[in-house]
Design a protein around this ligand. Structure first.
Ligand code: DQA
Length: 171
């Protein structure tokens, strides 16, 4: 168990409040509330504290990122379709300057070509996609590992940017 309880901000973007109504073959059957409960339980097992945020409004997502500095140690974010084009979110993530992990329920690489673009990927130390709700547990474990590494190690504020890890496909 970690000596400190890391605080993870779990951020869901546009249309993710519609989980449960969206194509279950891509997104599963859990509602966002059910998914959040599951993430919270996974995080608790890892000794991580979670705080959840969802909005369908890009400006609110940006403002939440602006306000994170003193409230979170790392960000787990699934911006939904904003991932693929919302440069303002990319810039706000840069301003937040916290270790970040990009996550998608579906395997964005194997869907329409426009979903292969991610404007946030270069600012995230890892991407987990296509592993459904299980991917969040995996992402939390990666976040904890990264936070512990940077805590023990170099004093740098974020995991090495060059070491971007990608986990794809069904577990
Ligand atoms: C998503 C993938 C996006 O391409 C899509 O627009 C979403 C959800 C996912 O979790 O698989 O809304 O981020």
């Amino acid at each position: 168990m970690s000596a400190r309880e890391w605080r993870i901000e779990v951020m869901h973007g546009v249309n993710l409040d519609q989980l449960g109504r969206r194509d279950p073959a891509l997104y599963g059957t859990l509602t966002l509330a059910q998914l959040e409960r599951r993430i919270e339980a996974d995080a608790r097992e890892l000794g991580l504290a979670t705080r959840f945020f969802h909005t369908n409004h890009e400006g609110e997502f940006v403002e939440r990122l602006h306000a994170l500095r003193d409230h979170a140690d790392a960000i787990l974010l699934n911006p939904g379709a904003w991932t693929h084009y919302a440069w303002a979110i990319r810039d706000a993530l840069e301003i937040a300057a916290l270790p970040a992990l990009e996550i998608h329920l579906s395997d964005v690489e194997s869907r329409e070509p426009w979903r292969r673009t991610s404007v946030i990927r270069e600012l995230c130390f890892a991407t987990v996609s296509g592993r459904g709700p299980d991917g969040y547990g995996e992402a939390l474990a990666l976040l904890r590992e990264a936070l512990e590494r940077t805590d023990r190690g170099s004093g740098s504020s974020a995991p090495a940017a060059g070491a971007h890890a990608v986990r794809r496909g069904r577990a």
